[in-house]
Design a protein around this ligand. Structure first.
Ligand code: ARG
Length: 269
């Protein structure tokens, strides 16, 4: 009996140390390219994801999803992105760029993910894969108070300001014609153009619209919304393993209330 206990203890010690070794190895592989699990992953993943760092491409002109607070990028996407990286055992870095450069950066491996209040849409699905959706967006119309534009139909023949390459740009161009659309590098510039009369309306996502209207006197959002959308995370087509991990992380962060807590922090009810 005594002998049996001793053998059991030895076996347990071996199992335990093997487990510890394994655990350490697993942890290390998070920031080392030499660990076997990691180099296997490098066969299927774009270059940037292999060094244990998750790089998020965004365009930080889009409150409350991504914007600057001092020299730091904050917002719903910045925080959800950081939590996903944490779940994946990876470091996290945000690369700020033009909105229309994000998908290219993801395709080229300059970034691992594109997260920018980005709407899932068919032409983008030809370029990248999207995660499950983590938020809803609505395209709305901002006008000056007292404007004769009271509904979407009244936009006919008016000058419409948009952020270049966004869904607002696509809808405005499709419905009201190229000649009536003025493109700006960010929503704030489009709103400034509305203020100084260069455009008659701005089509943009509802939450940034609310933020811009709150910062600017004399603007209002039309009650009729333009389009409902789903925001999701863009991942390179070949990076299917990362996409699966992100979807699993999103499911966990949804189930434990983390995503709701972040949204509620930036969009108080
Ligand atoms: N939801 C819109 C789109 O996907 C606008 C997103 C703009 N995002 C940004 N970070 N500027 O086209």
């Amino acid at each position: 009996m005594k002998k049996f206990v001793k053998i059991l203890a030895v076996v347990m010690a071996v199992v335990l140390s093997a487990t510890l070794l394994y655990a350490c190895g697993g942890k290390d592989s998070g920031d080392s390219t030499t660990a076997p699990a990691q180099s296997d992953a490098s066969q299927t993943e774009a270059p940037a994801a292999t060094n244990g760092k998750l790089i998020m491409a965004t365009n930080a002109t889009f409150p409350p999803y991504e914007y600057y607070e001092g020299d730091k990028i904050v917002g719903i996407d910045a925080e959800i992105g950081a939590l996903i990286a944490e779940k994946l055992g990876m470091e996290f870095e945000i690369k700020d760029m033009d909105f229309n450069g994000i998908l290219g950066a993801v395709q080229n491996g300059i970034a691992d993910i594109g997260m920018a209040g980005m709407t899932v849409k068919p032409d983008r699905l030809e370029q990248v894969n999207f995660s499950t959706s983590y938020a809803k967006g609505v395209q709305v119309v901002i006008v000056k108070e007292g404007s004769d534009i009271a509904s979407i139909d009244d936009l006919a023949g008016k000058k419409i300001g948009v952020q270049e390459a966004t869904t607002g740009d696509a809808y405005a161009t499709e419905d009201f014609g190229e000649e009536n659309v003025k493109r700006y590098t960010n929503g704030a510039a489009a709103v400034a153009a509305l203020q100084n009369g260069a455009v008659d309306a701005v089509i943009i996502d509802n939450e940034p619209a609310k933020a811009f209207v709150a910062e600017n006197e004399g603007l209002t959002i039309l009650e009729t919304a333009y389009a409902d959308e789903d925001y999701a995370i863009a991942v390179a087509k070949e990076n299917t393993e990362l996409l699966e991990k992100i979807n699993a992380a999103l499911a966990e962060l949804t189930a434990d209330g983390s995503i709701k807590a972040i949204v509620d922090k930036y969009i108080p009810a």
